[in-house]
Write a protein that binds this ligand. Structure first.
Ligand code: 13P
Ligand code: SF4
Length: 331
């Protein structure tokens, strides 16, 4: 098996014909479906049945008739697939692939915070562990966060976890005041507010407005889209904010595009839209966990040598309820 490393390995982009043939054969034999996130590498795209953003992947997982889902992405995504389709076996091809933002919150810390704050509606970004979703009232993804928060009572404060940048963007788009995560007495009497957690994505939080300004100079005329996990100053300097699949849709409308997100997204654009010129806002903006999946891992998952994702029952039922509420708002 290819050695696992946190540094993206360019060799992973050269498909091994034997592995690909074996994967396709096992897919036919087992009736498995392979779901891949947009940040995966081109060799993984080539064996995937569906490539999408977090919301699309959750929808796909919930509606697939396949009894085996091999997930190429990170743990919270595979857990979500299991939650929305408990009858399927879900295997995360690279079992060590986590999300550093999702690791910035625990269920215990969230319980404590809710106790301090009194009555709040807790909105969990889907980039969270299942037990954090279980402590939350509703989930959201980058594609529907604004709609989800708009659907909530305007008279109640929301606690938005764990991404403070997405919280700031959503608060602004929904007309809520963004409160500093301060002492509970300071916010107890402030309705209409969004209270952030201190989490962030190290890939997106590192962008600055100056990166957008430089991209405008280097690629005049290119449309600049950034992910809503970026700081507000970056979103404001860009032409639009969108989820990763929102970026693919916007790339259909523009001949030249700069993407303020994980640099691998440009491979995704080139695959579907070879005539669109795509540049990453920064070439070194890579999510190391998203780059862990190798074809050999997919093969091992199909051969049954990778353990399946399991979520304990009481947690699963409550986490599923939070996801179901999201799906009811934005089916
Ligand atoms: P999307 O849901 O937009 O694909 O985002 C997932 C993610 O982890 C972005 O860093
Ligand atoms: Fe998590 Fe950021 Fe990687 Fe997305 S890009 S999986 S938010 S660490």
């Amino acid at each position: 098996m290819t050695p696992r490393t946190e540094i993206p390995n360019p060799k992973s982009q050269i498909p091994n014909r034997e592995s690909v043939a074996r994967i396709l054969q096992l897919k036919r034999e087992t009736g498995a479906t392979i779901l891949a996130h947009n940040y995966q590498t081109p060799d993984i795209y080539d064996v995937a049945d569906f490539i999408g953003d977090s919301l699309e992947l959750a929808r796909q997982a919930s509606t697939t008739g396949a009894r085996l889902i091999v997930f190429c992405g990170v743990r919270f995504m595979a857990e979500t697939a299991k939650l929305v389709n408990p009858g399927a076996r879900v295997i995360l091809a690279a079992p060590n692939a986590g999300c550093r933002m999702a690791d910035m919150i625990t269920a215990e810390a969230l319980r404590q915070r809710k106790q301090e704050l009194g009555e709040v509606i807790t909105v969990a970004y889907v980039n969270t562990p299942a037990d954090v979703k279980a402590e939350s009232d509703i989930c959201c993804t980058s594609a529907n966060a604004v709609q989800v928060v708009k659907s909530l009572s305007p008279n109640k404060r929301i606690l938005f976890v764990p991404d403070r940048h997405l919280a700031a963007y959503v608060a602004r788009e929904t007309g809520r005041a963004l409160l500093d995560p301060g002492p509970p007495f300071a916010i107890r009497h402030s309705p209409f507010a969004a209270i952030p957690w201190e989490g962030f994505c190290y890939v997106h939080a590192s962008f600055r407005a100056a990166d957008v300004a430089r991209a405008r100079e280097e690629h005049p005329g290119a449309y600049i889209v950034v992910h809503p996990e970026c700081p507000l100053e970056v979103i404001d300097a860009a032409d639009a904010a969108a989820s990763t699949s929102g970026m693919v849709r916007l790339a259909r409308e523009h001949k030249e595009i700069v993407l303020g997100t994980e640099a691998g997204m440009c491979s995704r654009i080139r695959r579907d839209l070879p005539d669109t010129r795509c540049w990453p806002l920064r070439r070194t903006a890579l999510c190391q966990n998203m780059k862990l999946t190798r074809l050999d891992d997919v093969l091992a998952a199909l051969e049954g040598s990778v353990p399946e994702i399991l979520v304990p029952d009481p947690i699963a039922a409550r986490a599923r309820a939070a996801l179901d509420r999201m799906m009811a708002v934005v089916p």
